[in-house]
Write a new protein. Structure first.
Length: 159
């Protein structure tokens, strides 16, 4: 009887682990190709450096939201506020968990450069479309509500 219980527990744990690691349509590594913003300050940033990674339950993203190269700081301890902002301002970083529902993905950051993004209840809701090795994601809602001029990010799968 004990062996049957042990076997049952092992099988249950294995099925839970398998469900948690189940690949999704988004699973993999994606390289940022383009960022398009709309509205009066709309612009398109091409070839901005960035990566987006999806595993079974988690995501991580890092990109530079600038169409201009950032200038290196010669001495960070002596940098002005303007110099620091020019270097760190365009950096976008967040990692956490995600859920897919149809063509919508909800990101729940655990860690982020911006403390507001990782506050309890903070989310990012994106519509997405995968066509071949291309992924487009448009932010439609965050913790503050619907996005008036939603950005669209286009990625290319790299693995």
């Amino acid at each position: 009887m004990r062996d049957a219980v042990r076997l049952g527990i092992v099988l249950l744990l294995a099925s839970v682990a398998n469900a948690q690691l189940k690949p999704t349509l988004l699973t993999g590594t994606w390289s940022l190709t383009e960022v398009k913003t709309t509205g009066s300050k709309g612009r398109t940033i091409s070839n901005a450096p960035g990566l987006l990674l999806f595993t079974g339950n988690h995501y991580s993203r890092l990109y530079i939201a600038s169409d201009q190269p950032r200038k290196p700081l010669e001495d960070q301890s002596k940098a002005t506020a303007a110099e620091l902002l020019a270097v760190w301002g365009p950096v976008v970083v967040s990692s956490g968990t995600y859920e897919i529902s149809g063509s919508t993905v909800t990101l729940r950051p655990i860690v982020a450069k911006n403390p507001e993004v990782m506050a309890p209840g903070a989310i990012g809701v994106y519509s997405f479309k995968v066509e071949g090795d291309k992924l487009s994601m448009t932010e439609v809602r965050n913790v503050n509500g619907p996005i008036t001029n939603p950005p669209t990010m286009t990625y290319t799968r790299v693995e």
